[in-house]
Design a binder for this molecule. Sequence first.
Ligand code: ATP
Length: 361
Amino acid sequence: MEIVLSQIKKRFGDLQAVKTLSFTVKQGEFVSLLGPSGCGKTTLLRMLAGIETPDSGEIAFGDTVIFSSEKNIMMPPQKRNIGMVFQDFALWPHMTVFENVAYSLRARKQKKQLQEKVMEALRSVQLEPLWERYPHQLSGGQQQRVAFARAIVNKPGIILLDEPLSALDATLRDDMRLLLQRLVKRMGMTAIYVTHDQSEAMAMSDRIVVMTKGEVIQMDTPEMIYHYPVNETVARFVGKGSIVTGTPCTQLGQSGFQLGQEAFLAARQAALFPQGKEVQTVIRPETVDVSLQQSDHRVTGKVETISYLGERYEGTLKIANTDVVLHFYSTKRIETGTTVYVRIHSDQIHVLQSKGGAYET
Ligand code: ATP
């Protein structure tokens, strides 16, 4: 089901928790709300669920307006055909797995095929054999799967997820993430997923809404947000990399950027900016090529940190005679203090904005 938010605002006392927010989530889309603590993600989700009432604006699910300040519409939560999953699972401790999942069907007096529906939901999260257990007899991951089963038993068109994996350990979180992604897509649900974990948002979402201070800064695919962040906040929040001040320059007909002492030519966007005026650039680690041997034109740098990630190493290096620190990846360990030769795939240098000014293209 499509979700359309128009001009939604919400204030708590003096705090404008959500500021004039509008966006559309397409039918079947998986969209993450990503942003630092307190930026209004949960408030937005609660307004969609009907637990919180916006001060103004309109929300529609498909053709149905579920909230409108102008038309005085506020559809109650139980009529909204949504499933919800929270961080803390919120299972009833005195009820079995079966009864926890059956609860919302019973509450809506949907007794027809109740047993089949509950068992089907439990099967979809691979928990069918544990239907008689109580929550305290389950692991954290199993409890979260019960919470998923409970959220989908009504076959909702929309599922709202508020940091559902953050209470789980890293390995379990990966397994649950895949299960959740499969389930949401298989059932054709539209999903809104609240997280402050950027790697989770990148891995799971069709599109990401990056928020700060109650506002949407950028809504786009994970790839666009990673490669073309609109500003420094997004660039720092999503993915690894360095924000480096550079100056557009031209040599022998090629456009590029001067970073410190060095010119990196054939750089994307460079020709769009006035020469000689500083701009902020984003340099991602995979565009930084590091070698122990000096070949063609390479800049010298010194390795400052190195960390082993299992499949590769990740490090930082400082370019000689500058304050520029770059993140890089390597297949081999390069000890701290080693002098290396650096090349940036300069066509992938992305310009954020002119320093201290507005975005200029
Ligand atoms: P987190 O990632 O920490 O959950 P969030 O992005 O979900 O944060 P919200 O929970 O939506 O943020 O809160 C947004 C702001 O609104 C915060 O400053 C919060 O303190 C405030 N807020 C939320 N609910 C209420 C309330 N019922 N009364 C007063 N202030 C509230």
